[in-house]
Design a protein around this ligand. Sequence first.
Ligand SMILES: [Zn+2]
Length: 314
Amino acid sequence: MRRIVWQIRQPPRIRFGRGSAERLDVPDGCLVVTSGGARGRGWLEYAGLGDLPVFDRVEPNPSMETAEGILAEFGDGISCVVGIGGGSSMDVAKYCAFKAGWKKIMVPTTFGSGSEVTRISVLKVDGKKRSFHDDGIFADEAVVDPAFIDGADMEVVKNSAIDACAQCTEAYDSTIASPYARFMCDAAFCMLEGGILGMDRDRIAMGSMLDGLGFGNASTTLGHALSYVYSNEGAPHGRALASTTAVAHRFNGSRYAARFSRLVDRLGFEGVRLKQDRGEAADTIMEDRKHLDRNPVPVSRDDVVRLLEEVDGA
Ligand SMILES: [Zn+2]
């Protein structure tokens, strides 16, 4: 019998619950990294971070230049970063701290990326999204407080929630999923499904954290591979996945195919349509071995063209 060795990788400390991020106890030398909306929404005051140095110009789909700019501007005297915001803010914060050797505390305010508990940071390099993977990118502490979801815009909630659903179901099916990853991914999906069908925001927040622990120990696959050509043309990540992961799950014969599509219908997503030629897009997608090699079913270029037709409703 082949011996199978697997491991569990996650941040050393995760705090979850309403009020967990209220008046955070942070060490000296902390820099706060966030997006423009942080002050207006009262996040910094709630978390007791109002008096700390702040970089609050993280943009959606942030670039490597943003991370490098922070390192150049705040290098001296900083030994810890608090990343507070959506996946973009946390990805920039984690990457800066990884490069500079700072301690990392991550506080998500939108729920879906799972970035607070993953070893992944996604940044744009030369205009294209690139994901960096390293154990050094893990937060030292993730503080997940569902209170942040109360005031969140429904558009943000639904895009993040469907991303989390796509991540955990793709990862469950991935060829590298360990028993632990499958366990967490299934628990995440059940929690998210209940949260979405019952519009229970606390369950969505918890499902999103479980999703990060699950897919962070495995990998997303075909649904995500198909989505990036749409995202690079401007479609929001969640909206692209609502179509691409549904189509990919049917192709893979995933056990989650029907349940995922039901959630897409419940949340109500507009479809996506490719602007570029499908053959060209298929060539780009075929280069994405990181996702395709972990798909449970082998995928050919012809398959990809057909799947793109299906996504486009052609
Ligand atoms: Zn995703």
